[in-house]
Design a protein around this ligand. Structure first.
Ligand code: FES
Ligand code: FE2
Length: 351
């Protein structure tokens, strides 16, 4: 699987992880068990007992330890075996891998690369349910498609004009105009004005500003708002102040996690800023999102099935693919650096 390892991957929603409930998740085709102790500490270990390879996610939490419920080996939060029932000697290498994990912005983030490089500052600044400025709804979808194809989709909104006419009611402008695209240290920024059009957030024509960052490993963070017609021209198509928006200020955080080859899990939240809507609007947006993301899933999974039956799949990029290309180059560069033994590990992460 061609993905960056030195990055925080979303493993799930904090709200979905009750205490003392070992939960399995695959990330980058690795088996991981996550659990939370009564005091709230979250631990992620390899989900494979060293004894006879039973999944630890079928195990039992005992304080901050986890017991394999096949023959009873007990693991501490570092992944070290601390008890073998009926046997005094515990081999020193009787341990499973421990993954760095952070709970932030309502998501459980797992670092898949070198633990020495796990840097909490690299967690993307998503908006979680703890943010008092937004009223959010949430959801998730399992895909029978490579995460890379979902990333490509999220990096190119020209598809809105064709895939999302029923849900978002997107006009042809999304496909016929080009956004401003700039590179970030760990991603791409995509900004655009859609001028003098009705939109999902407003029945009257307005100038709609939207901006999002798409960050490693596959996290979309998007906001925007509605302005009086003429605002985009008056500002020379520069970014507006979101505080000046008339209506329609929302925030969506979305994360794509490669689970297994050809499979991914897609997490999303969306909702209005508190001064721009209420819980009823958040619920309405979730209804639209459910429809829109089902539209994406249908076309992307169909695309994956064609790719799978194509002996030498090649693409023909268009100018709408600029952000897709920039992001995939960034991934290529980092994957190459991560696998280059010539560079010391710290330098590899900085690349
Ligand atoms: S497989 Fe885990 S204790 Fe035997
Ligand atoms: Fe889409």
């Amino acid at each position: 699987m061609h993905y960056v390892r030195n990055a925080w991957y979303v493993a799930g929603w904090e709200q979905d992880l009750p205490a003392a409930t070992p939960t399995p998740i695959s990330i980058l085709d690795e088996l991981i068990v996550i659990w939370r102790t009564a005091d709230g500490t979250v631990t992620a270990l390899e989900d494979r007992c060293v004894h006879r390879l039973a999944p630890l996610s079928l195990g039992r939490c005992e304080g901050d330890r986890l017991r394999c419920m096949y023959h009873g080996l007990l693991f501490d939060a570092e992944g070290q075996v601390v008890e073998i029932p009926g046997q005094d000697l515990i081999p020193r290498d009787a341990r499973v891998r421990r993954y760095p994990v952070i709970v932030r912005h309502s998501w459980l983030w797992v670092w898949m690369g070198d633990p020495a490089l796990a840097d909490a500052d690299l967690v993307p600044p998503a908006v979680g349910f703890d943010n008092p400025r937004y009223i959010l709804g949430r959801g998730q979808l399992d895909y029978a498609a490579e995460a890379r194809l979902i990333n490509d989709n999220l990096l190119d909104f020209s598809h809105l004009s064709y895939v999302h006419t029923a849900s978002f009611g997107a006009s042809e402008t999304w496909a016929r105009s080009r956004p401003k695209i700039s590179t970030l240290e760990r991603g791409v920024r995509i900004e655009r004005w859609i001028e003098n059009e009705q939109g999902m957030h407003s029945p009257e024509p307005n100038d709609r500003w939207s901006t999002y960052d798409f960050l490693l490993p596959g996290v979309l963070l998007m906001t925007g708002g509605n302005y009086p017609v003429g605002t985009a021209a008056r500002l020379g198509h520069a970014p507006p102040d979101l505080e000046d928006a008339l209506s329609g200020v929302t925030f969506t955080s979305q994360a794509v996690t490669p689970t297994r080859p050809g499979q991914a899990r897609y997490f999303f939240s969306w909702g209005p800023r508190t001064d721009m809507g209420d819980a009823a609007l958040a619920e309405k947006l979730m209804g639209i999102a459910a429809k829109a993301f089902a539209e994406d899933k249908a076309i992307i999974e169909a695309q994956q099935r064609v790719i799978d039956r194509t002996p030498d799949p090649r693409i023909m990029p268009t100018t709408a693919d600029k952000a897709v290309t920039l992001f995939s180059r960034l991934v290529d560069r980092l994957v190459r650096a991560e696998s280059s033994p010539a560079l010391p590990a710290r330098q590899r992460a900085a690349h």
